[in-house]
Design a protein around this ligand. Structure first.
Ligand code: SF4
Length: 612
């Protein structure tokens, strides 16, 4: 049903539902939900309507409103979620799938539970822990669990098909329930300890382990006692002096808002068992929708997107459709969830803290934006470029120890590295180490493809002086490239004399541009110098890392040449298992023997040949 609420207000139904605001071209620019559609739209367009920025903006854009009636407010909430995802309206907060949230999962109903790392919790009866925001944090947690609590790490398929235990068993990180008779109660106790550990009940866990250790020692079970002692030490070592923010040991997510002009920043603080364990911030442009409505929609998307639902959600204001939101979150969690806008006490302080985080994040984001944009504008001006260099590609040919050429490309977008677009190029046509010819080959391949796919950068930087620039220019001319800027970035030169500190004097960094005889120097301490040196350092770092990888592989292979019976397949398996010659040398015979295709005899020979 479509209406113009400015004239048809009384015809709009009073039931719960969803409304879609459209402009004259029929494009949906806002989706909202309401317990009473007419009452909600009256707030916007009635005689005593709100005069906020958003409302006047609506008035200008709006052509008509489509309404969809639902039988309950909760249904409206679910439908709103779907419609926002489908239409991505300009004025709705839109949460892109956030791949950075990780959770740990333990399914205690499995015969031999293991820990999985997952993006999204599901309603499958398993326990989920998190969200974890840093990969290093999750690695550290897993390291402690694997090393001291000995849960299996293999997937269910390998578990079923094993005929002997894997390397984990050999290095005493798994009791090997896949094939060996393992005490189920013992394993279950370890699972329970891991659950307590992940729940953050670490002080209680230390006490339990100390008690178990005492009892095992009294029963003269010294090996078991030593295991509890090691577990206890590992847990004690992981106790961090975290900020205790509440006396209540429950899980809470605390939301704070900061607005500035049309910009909205939302911060979420994660409080787990009374301790703050992390935070996330989200920025939205062109957001002038009232706080209650934004929070309701945001929470709906946030938890629907897979974030684990805590016991309590604290908000700065009561959200729109509060009852429906509580129902929805409780349904997702599987038990009652509180949603509150605290007015006093510890809860209020937490919400204020979240707002300060949102404000801080806003200034941080603006500041780095301003610096980055400033650097791009300054670079355009300084190098007399035709385009604002939003996408910059830097090409580098590196020869290591006079051989092994590596061609690489790094990409910056908006002044920041875009690592997913980095590439190494295998040189196909050039024999020997002619780096001009290699630059020609790489640029020709890249630009030909760019022309075909209409995907060209704003600026190409070749690492090198006039010679490299000349080669690149010839490629541009051959292919008829237009609308892409090109420069050569040369290393600073060593000058005669010394600085006051006694170091060698160097010229400023120099950029060669087509058609100019002399390079343009980049002045010290400027944003444009910082950007260009970062680009070049990144290109060198990328090339060196690749070269190291190649060299490790080659050294690894040649060191194993001396061992009869180790051909390319076994070399590959060993490299995959240990990653470097050093790690292989440090490995025990049992660890080497556990690598597929090696076995005990070969492991002995390898250990002897590698001189351990
Ligand atoms: S020893 Fe067996 S159960 Fe343990 S991780 Fe290896 S395959 Fe899995």
């Amino acid at each position: 049903m479509a209406f113009d609420p400015r004239v048809d207000l009384d015809r709009i139904p009073t039931e719960p539902g969803v409304y879609l605001m459209k402009d004259a071209a029929g494009v949906i620019f806002y989706v909202g939900k309401a317990a009473n559609l007419r009452a909600r739209l009256r707030q916007y367009f009635g005689a005593t309507s709100d005069t906020r920025f958003f409302v006047s903006l609506l008035d200008k854009l709006l052509d008509d409103v489509e309404v969809i009636i639902t039988s309950t407010e909760k249904e409206a909430l679910i439908l709103e979620n779907e419609l926002i995802k489908r239409h991505q309206p300009r004025f709705n907060v839109e949460l892109k799938d956030d791949k950075s949230f990780l959770h740990l999962r333990i399914d205690e109903s499995a015969a031999w539970p293991r820990i999985d790392v997952v993006r999204r919790p599901r309603k499958d009866g398993a326990r989920y822990f998190g969200p974890y925001h840093s990969a290093s944090k999750i690695r550290e947690t897993l390291r402690i669990v694997e090393r001291h609590f000995q849960l299996r790490t293999c997937d269910d398929l390998s578990f079923k098909n094993r005929v002997r235990p894997c390397l984990q068993y050999q290095i005493k990180r798994c009791p090997g329930p896949c094939v060996l008779p393992v005490d189920v109660d013992d394993y279950r106790q370890n699972v329970q300890s891991v659950v307590s550990f992940l729940q953050g009940k670490r002080t209680e866990l230390v006490e339990q382990l100390a008690d178990k250790m005492r009892r095992a020692a009294e029963a003269l079970e010294f090996e078991r006692a030593a295991r509890y002692r090691d577990q206890m030490r590992a847990v004690e070592g992981s106790l961090e002096p975290q900020q205790v923010v509440l006396g209540r040991e429950i899980d809470q997510d605390v939301f704070g808002l900061h607005r500035e002009g049309g910009w909205l920043e939302i911060a979420v603080l994660f409080v787990r068992r009374g301790r703050m364990v992390g935070s996330r911030t989200f920025g939205f442009d062109e957001q002038a929708i009232p706080d209650a409505e934004v929070l309701s929609t945001f929470c709906n998307l946030f938890y629907h997107g897979g974030n684990s639902v805590p016991d309590e959600v604290l908000l700065p204001v009561e959200p729109d459709a509060e009852v429906a939101l509580v129902d929805r979150l409780s349904e997702l969690k599987g038990r009652r969830v509180e949603v509150r806008a605290p007015q006093r006490g510890a809860g209020k302080r937490l919400v204020e803290m979240a707002a300060r985080n949102a404000e801080q994040s806003f200034f941080q984001a603006r500041r780095s934006d301003a610096v980055r944009n400033g650097a791009l504008v300054a670079l355009k001006k300084r190098l007399r470029l035709a385009n604002l260099p939003n996408r910059i590609e830097c090409y580098d040919i590196s020869l290591f120890q006079g051989a092994s050429p590596v061609a690489s490309r790094v990409v910056f977008e908006g002044g920041v590295p875009m690592r997913s677009a980095y590439r190494h190029y295998r040189i196909r046509e050039v024999e020997g180490t002619d780096d001009f010819a290699m630059m020609r080959e790489v640029l020709t391949r890249r630009l030909k493809r760019g022309l075909a796919e209409e995907d060209l950068p704003d600026l190409i930087v070749v690492d090198g002086g006039k010679g490299q620039l000349g080669v690149a220019l010839a490629v541009f001319e051959d292919l008829g490239i237009q609308g892409v800027d090109l420069v050569g970035l040369a290393k600073s030169r060593v000058l005669e004399g010394e600085t006051d500190e006694g170091a060698a004097k160097r010229s400023p960094e120099r950029v060669f541009v087509p058609g100019a005889k002399d390079p343009i120097p980049l002045r010290a301490h400027t944003d444009e110098l910082f950007l260009m040196t970062r680009l070049r350092d990144e290109a060198h770092r990328f090339a060196i890392t690749y070269h190291r990888k190649l060299r490790t592989g080659r050294n690894f292979e040649s060191a194993l040449d001396a061992v009869p019976g180790v051909g390319p397949t076994r070399k590959k398996a060993l490299l995959q298992a240990f990653g470097s010659l050093k790690k292989l040398r440090e490995a025990s015979e049992a660890e080497i023997a556990a690598v597929p295709g090696i076995g005990e005899r070969l492991a002995r020979e390898l250990a002897a040949t590698l001189g351990r």
